[in-house]
Design a protein around this ligand. Structure first.
Ligand code: NAP
Length: 300
């Protein structure tokens, strides 16, 4: 695989571990989990496990789904003031009676390792440097940089306009001088737009792209996660019979990030990078691997 997120994340995790080892005051990531959403519990468990494997202190605070917004906000304020806590993450989704915006707005932007606060999101939007970049787009940037995929001047098509993937991805690509098109469920002529792309980043969560829509030499980053009829994890790319021969398949595979094993591991490593940065009280000064890694003394 050209875009092997699992392999890249392994290299980076090892580097992060070495950096954490050097610190006297270890990073401390606190994850708040509200309710008992099955997928959220798995995500949180994986984050904790990865953090601990790197020597990062990790605490999960669980609340029942009927917790009030006020209690949740009070807890976040407490964590904001706790000098032992360097990173705060509120696992989404929250129960319907809790206003997500009210909750994320109180997180200290300097501890906002998921880049949810209006300050960090706003800074990203106007081209200022947020304290942290959002983890999935940052992970994608690092992966593309690792594989030396050119970005400047390229046409990047992003499928999806969510606050956690599509919109910040577009901002980060613009800052890297890409020409960006954002598509969504109401976009007309999706196939034509995809065919014109040099890089496609697909985060629809359903099979919206067929291999034949992707032009020769274009790179396809598959963010989507869904389950096929057999319950197997799958991405947004529909692999059905678009190839005439095996060579075509091999050539295509070299330009795709797989699901699982692509963006998923890069998202986790990106969260760990932000958590490391939170402990070092540093601002990640850049986008993408090159400067990001030099800022925290990591290099491939
Ligand atoms: P989301 O908030 O549900 O957004 C999905 C986006 O896809 C929306 O903007 C939607 O358009 C668009 N869309 C849906 N159907 C479409 C279609 N037929 N054609 C074009 N666009 C379409 O989801 P999200 O939070 O961004 O996540 C997207 C996917 O990525 C999910 O599968 C999620 O599990 C996965 N994900 C993976 C990772 C990872 O680490 N691997 C991280 C984050 C997310 P509208 O706005 O018009 O509704």
């Amino acid at each position: 695989m050209l875009l092997d997120g699992k392999a890249v994340s392994k290299i980076l995790l090892e580097k992060i571990k070495q950096e954490v080892n050097k610190l006297d005051a270890k990073p401390h990531l606190v994850v708040i989990l509200v309710g008992d959403d099955y997928a959220s519990k798995i995500y949180v468990k994986n984050k904790k496990k990865t953090a601990e494997s790197l020597g990062i202190k990790s605490t999960v605070i669980e609340f029942p789904s009927d917790i009030s917004e006020e209690v949740l906000i009070n807890k976040i304020n407490e964590l904001n003031n706790d000098k032992d806590v360097s990173a705060i993450l509120v696992q989404m989704p929250l129960p319907k009676h809790i206003n997500r915006d009210n909750v994320v707005s109180v997180i200290d932007p300097k501890k906002d390792v998921d880049c949810f606060t209006p300050e960090n999101v706003g800074k990203l939007a106007i081209g200022m440097k947020p304290y942290f970049y959002p983890v999935t787009p940052q992970g994608i940037m690092i992966m593309l940089d690792y594989y030396k995929v050119p970005i400047e001047g390229k046409h990047v098509v992003i499928i999806g306009r969510s606050n956690i993937v599509g919109k910040p991805m577009a901002q980060m690509m613009l800052q890297r001088n890409a020409t960006v098109t954002i598509c969504h469920s109401k976009t007309e002529n999706l196939e034509e737009i995809i065919k014109a792309a040099d890089i496609i980043i697909s985060a629809a969560g359903k099979k919206v792209v067929r291999c034949k829509m992707v032009k020769n030499n274009a790179v396809f980053v598959d963010v989507g996660i869904s389950r096929d009829a057999n319950g197997k994890l799958t991405g947004d790319l529909n692999w059905e019979s678009d190839f005439n021969n095996f060579n075509e398949v091999v050539s295509f595979l070299e330009r795709v990030s797989p699901v699982p094993g692509g963006v998923g591991p890069m998202t986790i490593v990106s969260l760990m990078l932000n958590t490391l940065a939170s402990a070092k009280h540093m601002v990640i000064l850049c986008l993408g691997a090159k400067l990001l890694l030099s800022t925290i003394s990591l290099s491939f």
